[in-house]
Design a binder for this molecule. Structure first.
Ligand SMILES: [Ca+2]
Ligand SMILES: [Ca+2]
Length: 334
């Protein structure tokens, strides 16, 4: 989905109400597959340390026509925070099948929540590229302490300063340092978005991105990000900047920690992932998604309900041509 290509020129110029004859829905085609009732879940420990590496779910699917299908599932914590997603692409013959999804144990540990987790599922026919069915199931009780611990995390110590690389007295970079405690050596990536609060428009303006991938031994490390000074000059903003920091392990490319105290800026209820729908909960009949810098808007109209609404989103390109694959920054719902 490239929102930068959306225009505001689409205007409805005429509306007409027309009523068809009466139809019986049973006279129409049934979906080639749909969800059946069975649902099962269990913890999976892959390295025998008595902590679950994955939460596995098995969902029953009733197939009417053999073909290629995709089961997509999104996991939410008991309090409704998004945790992880997984997809399973598979060929299925006619009949009942139990299909598995695996959710990342560390992401569950990071919620700090115990209780029954919620799995939102969608079923797609990948031959026809068609959505077929959706359903929601609740897992049995889990404590977050049943799952794997983060191999690295922020200690909470941060620092920042201007860096003058050509000694002309002006900062070439704004450097942000994050202290990271590594308990399992490996490859990690620290990434950050630099933002400032635009008082006039009332939102956080994106001012730069940087990432730093590095191999880290066990211990405490200071990892730095460098944000482009010219970009900051061009913003014409003076004051404190906010940095949204994420720490990834690069084996499974999972986010293992985010810097605290910065969560308020993120749009409520939005998650977006590689080749999966962008989901949100509509709270009004019409929801406007706003994308920042410069502001662009588009409106999604849908029945008022607490069902999730999905947009297909494989990548997101913001107005500055920066491409995001795993989340959408600077969007808000109105
Ligand atoms: Ca384990
Ligand atoms: Ca300089």
């Amino acid at each position: 989905m490239d929102l930068s290509t959306l225009t505001e020129e689409w205007r409805r110029i005429d509306v007409m109400e027309y009523f068809t004859k009466d139809y019986d829905y049973t006279d129409f085609e049934k979906p080639s597959a749909e969800f059946a009732s069975e649902f099962n879940d269990y913890g999976l420990d892959t390295n025998d340390n008595s902590l679950y590496d994955y939460l596995v779910i098995e969902k029953e699917i009733n197939v009417r026509e053999a073909g290629n299908y995709r089961l997509y599932g999104s996991l939410e914590s008991p309090s409704g925070e998004w945790v992880d997603y997984d997809s399973n692409y598979t060929y299925l013959d006619v009949g009942l099948h139990s299909i598995k999804l695996r959710f990342y144990g560390l992401s569950i540990y990071n919620t700090g929540e115990s209780g029954n987790f919620v799995v939102y599922m969608n079923l797609y026919d990948t031959d026809e590229g068609r959505w077929l069915d959706s359903t929601t199931n609740t897992t049995s009780y889990y404590s977050y302490t049943d799952f794997e611990r983060p191999p690295a995390e922020f200690t909470g110590n941060f620092n920042d300063y201007g860096l003058d690389t050509d000694e002309d007295g002006l900062h070439d970079y704004l450097v942000v340092e994050a202290e990271i405690n590594v308990t399992k050596e490996g490859e990690y990536e620290l990434s950050g978005d630099l933002q400032y609060y635009n008082e006039e428009e009332g939102y956080w303006e994106y001012t730069g991105y940087n990432s730093n991938e590095t191999y880290l031994e066990v211990g405490i490390h200071n990892i730095t990000l460098q944000f482009d000074g010219v970009r900051i000059y061009n913003s014409k903003y003076s004051g404190s900047f906010r940095v949204w920091l994420s720490l990834y392990e690069t084996e499974e490319w999972k986010r293992i920690d985010v810097a605290t105290g910065m969560a308020t800026s993120r749009a409520t209820g939005i998650t977006s992932h590689l080749t999966t729908p962008l989901f949100f909960y509509p709270t009004k009949p019409t929801t406007t998604l706003s994308v920042q810098a410069p502001i662009r808007k588009f409106t999604i109209t849908h029945p008022y309900s607490h069902q999730m609404v999905g947009l297909n989103c494989s990548e997101f390109v913001d107005a500055n041509r920066k491409v995001y694959y795993d989340w959408i920054p600077a969007i808000r719902l109105e």
